[in-house]
Design a protein around this ligand. Structure first.
Ligand SMILES: Nc1ncnc2c1ncn2[C@@H]1O[C@H](COP(=O)(O)OP(=O)(O)OP(=O)(O)O)[C@@H](O)[C@H]1O
Ligand SMILES: O=C(O)C1=C[C@@H](O)[C@@H](O)[C@H](O)C1
Ligand SMILES: [Mg+2]
Length: 171
């Protein structure tokens, strides 16, 4: 069984993935971490040294690799992964367990304003403009995210509660 978590930057894919893995004893693969390990560079370095086009190409290759392996796993994707090329089509075909961790602009803004440095797409955006940037970007990306099999609202919920909600849908 493959469980896939998708959502905007800061929605909790990595954090919730860890919780689900711990509770369900299924291995977690974080696509961003997997790319970093295989490329020998941080995501920030890849963006700076090789550019976003290269990153998106590698992101697709590693996604395909992961989806083709048959082992039980939880895969937390990058924020942009479902939104490029035919990635979302590939994701939806791989498993019936695709979960969108849906967070409001307000929740995302509160989380992202503190941790912009590790996120190349927003690191140069002034906090005064960040909320509006997220609103527009999320509106575009929701077209892809909303195709998920399951939508979990995460606003105001603890990591534990969200993980429980996902696990309940697996049985
Ligand atoms: N339900 C929650 N309640 C409170 N804080 C949360 C919750 N979920 C995640 N967080 C916190 O929000 C921050 C962003 O979460 P996380 O890194 O898991 O997001 P992400 O979706 O993996 O982002 P990215 O796409 O940038 O990798 C982290 O500091 C995390 O601990
Ligand atoms: O939303 C995005 O496009 C990204 C999110 C991160 O998870 C990383 O995959 C990278 O910073 C790009
Ligand atoms: Mg993450």
């Amino acid at each position: 069984m493959t469980v896939i978590l998708i959502g905007y930057m800061g929605s909790g894919k990595s954090a919730i993935g860890k919780k689900i893995a711990k509770k369900s004893k299924i291995n977690l693969v974080d696509l961003d971490d997997y790319i970093e390990e295989n490329e020998g560079m941080s995501i920030t370095e890849i963006f700076e040294k090789k550019g976003e086009v290269y990153f998106r190409k590698k992101e697709r290759e590693y996604l395909k690799q992961l989806l083709e392996t048959e082992t039980n796993k939880i895969v937390s994707l990058g924020g942009g992964t479902p939104c490029y090329g035919d990635n979302m089509e590939m994701i939806l075909k791989a498993t019936p367990y695709v979960f969108y961790l849906k967070a409001s602009v307000d929740t995302l803004y509160k989380r992202l304003k503190k941790r912009k440095d590790q996120r190349p797409l927003i690191k140069n955006i002034d906090n005064a403009d960040l909320s509006e940037f997220i609103r527009k970007h999320l509106f575009e990306r929701n077209f892809y995210y909303m195709q998920s099999h399951h939508i979990v609202n995460v606003d105001g919920k603890s990591r534990k509660k969200i993980a429980k909600k996902v696990i309940k849908k697996l049985s």
